[in-house]
Design a protein around this ligand. Structure first.
Ligand code: SAJ
Length: 437
């Protein structure tokens, strides 16, 4: 790879790929954006944002922007580029096994298009477990008769994108690079250093960079699981977990996390399964990682049972419970229902015969079957309990007095520990919260 590479292809124009492509364009590169979706390509070509991330709305280049090409054809884009970045999904299957089909398909399309002898550098950015890049892509190189280091060099640079957090966009986040060829690794340091103002370093083998990204999110899942487990223990002792966490947080190296109705998104609840799979492959149990996943996955059903009990103790007839979910998206200020805890929470309530309504100002769709969706909070009335599921600013700033007036019974459950319960109690709400006695 020429140290002064000037052209970059980005395969997959989703919530990571599109900002990455735009970032390299702004950094002065010739950029080819590729996506299999005609709809995505058409929207991007028209200067529109096909992702759910509002931070991208104003960033998509208008039609006719120089050095900016968007196509559905990998074959068309790759020959123009010194470096190809692959930012495709790496979800887990219904039985929680890693789904590497997108990585495989993208690799096959890219390697099938690299010019012989050009040593195109192909970088996987999607989150995978250690070993995936080599195990998935090297066999394709052999199959296509490509020589590593002559026709193509493979590298790994995990995306560290934080949806809804402009402060940690692609141009302001540290990166690590793994590659079997140190000179290519160092050349990629130069390339990514033109993208981001933060630290970029070559960390050695592919597996080191792959493992770093996975454990970043595994650690986060474990930390959240700890506070969620404490949120079940302390109320049973008559103690509010938030009081305990506030006290503990006075210690200089206590890292505070917040208990909630559950852990959603395409990163935190997913990446640990990659690590579990890899540990299983090498015959070493991942007991703690597995247990943390079980704790976080249990929260929505736990909260549903707490809510059912609250309704029972309030004397609401068991065959006529109505619960309103405030927020559905997995994360505040983001319109993304993937792995949202709202789904199992709503399902558990509906399985108990509860009528479930939902309102999320950031989502037009993605709600579970059977949930009554409200386009505006003003439409919601006659409920017995409202639960804050997603800490959207619009939820926090809702007209709580007006909502209370429309409730059949004014019971409020703060599922994210972000509300001023004393203030709401003074407004006549019967307040409860996760982790509170
Ligand atoms: N959550 C809690 N308690 C917490 C923190 C989060 O219950 O203390 C829940 C959230 O409500 C959400 C889920 O966990 O349902 C995930 O939240 P997140 O803040 O981790 O957001 P993500 O999933 O968008 O994670 C991304 C990740 N970024 C990358 O993978 C590049 C993660 O590594 C970042 O640490 C995280 O953003 C971030 O810092 O916000």
């Amino acid at each position: 790879m020429h140290p002064d590479a000037t052209s970059v292809a980005v395969i997959g124009l989703g919530y990571v790929g599109l900002p990455t492509a735009i970032g390299f364009l702004d950094a002065g590169f010739e950029v080819w954006g590729v996506d299999v979706s005609e709809r995505t390509v058409a929207m991007v070509r028209a200067g529109q944002n096909p992702t759910g991330d509002p931070d991208v709305d104003d960033l998509v280049p208008p039609p006719g922007t120089p050095r900016w090409h968007v196509t559905t054809s990998t074959t068309e884009a790759v020959p123009h580029c010194d470096v190809v970045l692959v930012t495709v999904p790496t979800p887990v299957t219904h039985d929680l096994k890693p789904d590497l089909s997108y990585v495989e398909a993208a690799g096959r399309a890219v390697f099938g298009a690299v010019p012989k002898g050009k040593n195109t550098v192909v970088v996987l950015e999607s989150t995978v477990y250690p070993g995936v890049t080599a195990e998935t892509w090297y066999p394709i190189l052999d199959e296509l008769g490509l020589v590593h280091g002559v026709d193509v060099t493979v590298a790994y640079c995990p995306e560290r994108f934080n949806p809804g957090d402009a402060a940690h966009g692609v141009r302001s986040v540290a990166r690590v690079i793994g590659c079997s060829d140190a000179s290519v690794g160092e050349a990629l340091v130069g390339l990514y250093s033109r993208l981001t103002s933060e630290d970029v370093r070559y960390v050695g083998a592919l597996e080191v960079a792959e493992a770093a990204k996975v454990i970043e999110n595994v650690q986060r899942d474990l930390n959240i699981a700890l506070v969620n487990e404490l949120a079940r223990i302390f109320p049973a002792m008559g103690v509010d977990v938030e009081d305990v966490l506030s006290a503990a947080a006075t210690k200089w190296n206590f890292h505070r996390y917040t208990p909630g109705v559950g852990v959603g998104g395409h990163c935190i609840p997913v990446d640990p399964y990659y690590m579990i799979q890899r540990a299983s492959n090498v015959g070493v149990p991942a007991n703690l990682i597995t247990a943390a996943r079980a704790v976080n996955r249990s929260m929505p059903v736990h909260v549903a049972s707490v809510i059912r009990d609250l309704l029972y103790r309030a004397g609401i007839p068991a065959d006529d419970n109505r619960v309103l979910l405030l927020g559905w998206s997995y994360k505040a200020e983001v319109g993304d229902p993937r792995e949202t805890p709202a789904e199992p929470l709503a399902q558990a309530l509906m399985d108990m015969g509860v009528h479930v309504g939902a309102w999320d100002p950031h989502l037009d769709g993605g709600f579970s079957e059977g949930v009554q969706v409200h386009g505006s909070l003003e439409e919601a009335e006659g409920y017995d309990l409202a639960i804050l599921v997603t800490a959207h600013k619009a939820c926090l700033e809702a007209d709580w007095s007006a909502l209370k007036a429309r409730m059949r019974t004014p019971i409020l459950y703060d599922g994210r520990r972000v509300l001023d319960l004393d203030d709401l109690s003074s407004k006549g709400w019967m307040v409860h919260a996760v982790g509170r006695p």
